[in-house]
Write a protein that binds this ligand. Structure first.
Ligand code: DQA
Length: 151
């Protein structure tokens, strides 16, 4: 029998302004580009025997559409909703449609920043959250998801 995670797609969703990673406030978000993050995730996924699909959008509705499609196509979601973390009831509601593990990732530690970043609309609908570990947060999230799917 195949391991339970074999050939199962994990959706990695990057929200607004994350396409500017590497150029955007590098002292806060680091110098690694989004392409580099996604490439490393693809490599790591291949090593772990899973597939990842990475999507970035600056548009709330597109993020909602992508999450809705994940209902039938994905076994788990890793999401950094960017600024929508703090505002989007629509993304929260879309995530509530899913019955799969969801890990919320933030490059920065949102709890050490401005008060408006302390509230996440996603945190209580996610399986877990990783914040403040830079791009490593994505790689750790993928490892955690694979362990969750294996259990
Ligand atoms: C972020 C934190 C958000 O507050 C911010 O709007 C972002 C990036 C992070 O990864 O640290 O766009 O999600």
């Amino acid at each position: 029998m195949q391991p339970s995670t074999s050939k199962q797609t994990i959706l990695v969703l990057h929200g607004p302004n994350l396409n500017m990673l590497g150029k955007r406030e590098p002292e806060l978000y680091g110098r690694t580009t989004l392409t580099e993050v996604n490439t490393r995730l693809q490599t790591q996924a291949a090593e772990l025997g899973v597939a990842v699909k990475c999507v970035q959008s600056n548009h709330e509705g597109e993020l909602v559409d992508t999450i809705q499609k994940a209902m039938t196509r994905c076994r788990a979601v890793i999401i950094n909703p960017g600024a929508y973390t703090h505002t989007s009831v629509a993304i929260r509601d879309a995530l509530l449609l899913l019955d799969v593990p969801i890990i919320e990732v933030h490059l920065s530690n949102i709890y050490k920043r401005e008060p408006f970043r302390h509230r996440s609309m996603i945190a209580d609908v996610a399986t877990g959250q990783i914040a403040g570990l830079g791009v490593n947060g994505y790689y750790l999230a993928l490892q955690a998801i694979v362990k969750l799917l294996d259990n």
